[in-house]
Design a protein around this ligand. Sequence first.
Ligand code: 6YU
Length: 512
Amino acid sequence: MERRVGRALVRPRVLIVGAGLAGLGAAQRLLRRGGRHLGGVRVLEATGRAGGRIRSGKLRGKVIEIGAHWIHGPSKENPVFQLASEHGLLDEAAMSEENQQVEIGGHPLGPSACFSSRGQLLSPDILDSMGLLFFALLEEAREFVHAAKVPVPSVGEYLKEAIARKVREWSDDEETKRLKLAVLNLFFKLECCVSGTHSLDLVALGPFGEYTMLPGLDCTFPNGYEGLIDCLMASLPKGTVQFDKPVKTVHWNSSCLEEAPAGRTFGVQVECEDGEKFFADHVIVTVPLGFLKEHGETFFNPPLPSRKVAAVEKLGFGTNNKIFVEFEQPFWEPDCQVVEVAWDGESPLAEPPADLEAIWYQKIAGFVVLHPAERYGHILCGFIAGKEAEFMETLTDAEVLSALTEVFRRATGNPQLAPPRSILRSKWYSEPYTKGSYSYVAVDSSGDDIDALAQPLHEGTSDSKPPQVLFAGEATHRTFYSTTHGALLSGWREADRLLDIYDMSESPHAAL
Ligand code: 6YU
């Protein structure tokens, strides 16, 4: 990987901004494959920990996931599954061939307890029939990826128009219709969590089907997702990652032609908030799209070209938060996988409530029961997306706990139901180096914007020169955005881009 500068051979130096899965994956790949040909690989991380949006925590001594929860599509093609299997981080059931072949297409599984807000346990039939309808329509919405024209701009509008037509065919009494619509509204909230958006009206219909689901029954890490990060960190030479180093500005394109201590001229200079400067030939930027939306204008000098600015602005980045509550005794059956509350009077066809702050908790899509009970005790994990999730972050634990106790009491019809004993929440919107949860393809954007975001910036802006600023992170993967495997693959993609330029793979057949 040497490059001739004057009469000397120089070895390229690479900086990586961000120690999430994309950044660590890129660092490991470069070091393993580029080895001694490299002049150094250093990762600058703003916070005091590695992992970014992979973060495990503890609630009453039980490991819980504050960020990424499942390996989506754990099967051969999924590099996160492969890595986790190689490091022995998964249980036997997750690794079985049978598990890897299940095709669930994103549908929720297992028995659930769905209560109405009037305190009735709803019959599974209504849940099943509305689930079938919703997921069939969602499948239809994916098919527009091949269409020349879309009937409406968003997934939300498409679903609502189709549901309005269905409702006209329903011959049920008014009460049943009302209940069916409340249940359908639950599926809208669930899909908001999946897409990481406030409303499905913000999610673009045309590109919706470009997101690709891998086979395999989604699985979790028994000892925490962060175990994967620990393995990656252990494989890097000590000191590769520098913590508490928030990057302020990436100077590129000879905007800061300073002499580094070694007497070499570098094309890139990375300036940290604390004033320290790092010099490199290439920088791989893996900061979340949420951070770029807020700081993109000042983060690069010279600024990003207009095509990239447009991509940053147009692509969506929303909030999906988790609320873990732990009970002394469960109020659900032992085999129950999800507890849900369908709010009386809600409907996807009605206007959303104007006062979201007063009834923010009604946006909770459902509570996943953490299994097995022998490991977790009695913990529910509530999922909430959008502006209500962002508002929830402004409340105290006591306020959230009290609101949820009220919800569970109304739903079960038991005003004496004991409140949860403990609570732990994520606050992804308030995280200054994340500013939300993950990306989605918003109305007026497309997969081309994802590709534009992923495009490297070349010295002199001419593609014939080597790339100086490269981009990785989940939001740069056209078909696996919003996932951990998308993040890891994007880091590998940019590492390979550099390895290929210098034609320097030492061990091209290495696993990483
Ligand atoms: C998955 C899942 N999952 C739940 C929740 C969240 C996410 N995801 P990182 O942010 O990790 O790293 C960047 C680093 O940069 C970070 O450390 C920063 O501190 C640092 N940084 C920033 N600014 C800096 C600066 N200035 N200087 C220096 N450093 C700086 N994914 O596969 N399964 O179950 C979930 C979930 C609550 C928040 C998730 C899940 C998303 C992943 O966590 C995420 O993509 C990756 O970890 C990102 O890694 P990275 O390296 O890119 O960034 C049709 C259609 C639908 C599309 N969606 C369907 C899929 C649904 C996604 N599932 C999500 C569900 C859950 C529950």
